[in-house]
Each structure stands twice: as C-alpha cells, then as structure tokens.
Design a protein around this ligand. Structure first.
Ligand code: IPM
Ligand code: MG
Length: 354
C-alpha cells in the first residue's frame, strides 16, 4: 500500500520525537511491504517565525491531500509568557482541527505492566486500568465567541454547542463503547452549565437506541476525582472539548508518564495522530524526551487511518518490549536512561527483527 503521510513536527521536542516515530513507521512499512511517502510542513511557532502564520495554507493543503497526518507538538515559551501576542502557535493547532473537521479526539489510557510502579497511584488501583476518553474537539469554549469589553477590562469566552455537534460525538462514543466493554460515561457540568444540559438532554434521547450499552452521567468535578480514585471503573468517557483536555492530562499520570499517551483526532477530512503532551521546550534539542507517545500515535495511525491492524500491533509490541527491557528515557528509567534517538532506534530494530 502507498501511504501518503503529512509530517508536522512543530515546536520544542516535536522534531525529535517525530523522527523516532518515522523510524518505527519505516520499519513497519519495510516489513509489510508498504511504501510510505513523507511530506513535511510547517506549523506552530516555527511556522509563525517563517511565514507569520501558525497553520499556513500550504500546510492545510498538504494535510487535505494526505492519507494521514503525523503531528509532533506545538507551543513556545516566547508566546506563553506574552498574553498580548497577536498570533499564537496554539491557534495553528486549533485551526488545523477546525479546518480538517476533526471533531473527535480519541485518547486511550492504558497501563503497561512493566511501569505500574511508576504510577503515583497504588498498584492495585491502576493494574488493568484501560479506558478511552473521547474528547469533542471542534466546539465548546475553545471555539465560541470570545473577546474583551469595557476598554479591555472585562474578558469573556463562550461555550457553545449545537445539538448536531453533540449527536455526532455521542454516536461515535457509543460505537466505541459497543466495541469495548459496553459502558459509556457522559461527563458534563449539567448542574451549572446550559451547554451541559443540552449534552445531557441529547444523551438521554440517544441512550435508548443503544440498549446493550450502559450509559451513566457524571459531573466533571466528580469524574476528575473518580478517574484517580477508581480508574478501573471506566470504559469509554465522552465529554466536551475543555473538560476532555483537562481530564486527559490528569488521566495520563495513571500510566506513570505524560510521555506515553498517544491520540487520534478523527472527523471529516484527513485524521491527525499526535501525542497528548506538549512541546516540552525545556527539553528541546537535548535528546531526552520520551518518544513513546508519538510512536504509539503512529500505531494508531496504522489502525485508524489505514485499517492495518497487524502493523499497529507490532509497533505496540515493540514499545512494550522496550519498556520491559528498561530501554527507556529518563522520565521513566530506573537505572541507566537512554536518549530519545536510542529508544527510537531500539524500537525500530525490534520491529525489524521480530
Ligand atoms: C492538547 C493541548 C492543546 C489543547 C493545546 C496545545 C492548545 O493541550 O492537545 O491537549 O488544549 O487542546
Ligand atoms: Mg491538553
């Protein structure tokens, strides 16, 4: 199969971790007889520096013309510390999501047996935890009306959802739950927010269409607590954009490191595969960042974008083998730690040899 992959390394550690994912993709393609074609494009702060635009039209065009997008990370402290910056790297990511119609962000939270001791939670709580958070990605407060009034002294962001947006993400979440353990938790703040009340209303209308799936409803503050207290009770969670952003960073610590969690953003046009972590500028160029979240995002790319499950599986097996062998970066190492590129090379050669 010919696989046309747009590669958007972005900022900070983005280029380093993407390079390791490409090694894994090449190894898998070599093994299974696929021909990858990688086309690189600019996004984030590097794109602002070179073109003034964090998601230039050429980048969008390339994404549209590709079978999948592999994305590194974006964000730069130069902008984080300047609330008055007229244009920000994050706007590139948000525009990419919106323009590609990526309304569903799939964030699986799985534990690795060899890393259970790295979790800040007790082993008996996390062992076997395995759930998926489905985050709505193109609506809500991220995209609602926002602005300043009263001479800039009052600011507002609006959380808006339409019935159609809620139906489409809930349907996708029900499909996921149907393929898993048939339990869907709808997370909202319906005791306070009108947009959440519409979510709950729509969910209650849809639930009877899925009689074999158990639906429950949870307020987001309670969900934040229960994810940590009883991570094993969840199967599929579905929630609006910002709740999903916050809950998945929280959920990532269950596995022991934010550097381990991949994601897939799917919807109308080309799907995007990216780690859930940020651009970790303090580590940029140091060859120390954990490439596993990005390598696992490449596994999701094979499964979701190309329907090539064996290819995804061997990447997962290679990652598990590196964790078991303790061939890992400093964030999860016990004794000797390995560099980003060493871990990437190890995983690629495991794929070649197995
Ligand atoms: C994420 C990130 C982004 C988000 C930022 C970088 C805009 O935190 O993908 O979770 O908030 O969606
Ligand atoms: Mg986030």
């Amino acid at each position: 199969m010919n696989l046309k992959i747009a590669v958007l390394p972005g900022d900070g550690i983005g280029p380093e971790i993407i390079e390791q994912a490409i090694k894994a993709v090449n190894a898998v393609c070599h093994k299974f007889g696929h021909t990858p074609e990688f086309n690189y494009a600019l996004t984030g702060a590097v794109a602002i520096d070179q073109t003034g635009d964090p998601y230039p039209p050429e980048t969008h065009e390339l994404c549209l013309q590709s079978d999948a997008v592999l994305f590194g990370a974006i964000g730069d402290p130069r902008f984080d510390n300047n609330p008055k910056a007229p244009v920000r790297p994050e706007q590139g990511l948000l525009r990419m999501r919106k323009q590609l119609g990526l309304y569903a962000n799939i964030r699986p939270v799985e534990t690795f047996p060899s890393l259970l001791h790295k979790s800040p939670l007790r082993r008996d709580l996390v062992e076997g935890a395995d759930f998926v958070c489905i985050r709505e990605l193109t609506g809500g407060i991220y995209f609602g009306e926002k602005g300043r009034k009263e001479n800039g002294n009052v600011a507002f962001d609006t959380c808006t959802y339409s019935r159609e947006e809620i139906v489409r993400i809930l349907k996708l979440a029900y499909e996921f739950a149907g393929k898993r353990n048939r339990k869907l938790t709808v997370v909202d703040k319906a005791n306070v927010l009108e947009s959440s009340r519409l979510w709950r209303e729509v969910a209650q209308e849809l639930a009877p269409q899925y009689p074999d799936i158990e639906t429950d409803y949870m307020f987001v503050d309670n969900a934040a607590m229960q994810i940590i207290q009883w991570p094993k009770k969840f199967d599929v969670l579905v929630t609006e954009n910002m709740f999903g952003d916050i809950l998945t960073d929280e959920a990532s610590v269950i596995t022991g490191s934010l550097g381990l969690l991949p994601s897939a953003s799917i919807g109308i046009h080309t799907s995007v595969f990216e780690p859930i972590h940020g651009s970790y500028p303090q580590a940029a160029g140091k060859n120390i960042a954990n490439p596993i979240a990005t390598i696992l995002s490449a596994a999701m790319m094979f499964e979701y974008a190309f329907n090539l499950n064996m290819e995804g599986k061997i990447i997962r097996q290679a990652v598990a083998a590196s964790l078991e062998a303790g061939y890992v970066t400093v964030d999860i190492a016990e004794g000797t730690s390995r560099s980003t590129s060493e871990v990437g090379d190890w995983i690629a050669s495991w794929i070649n040899n197995n």
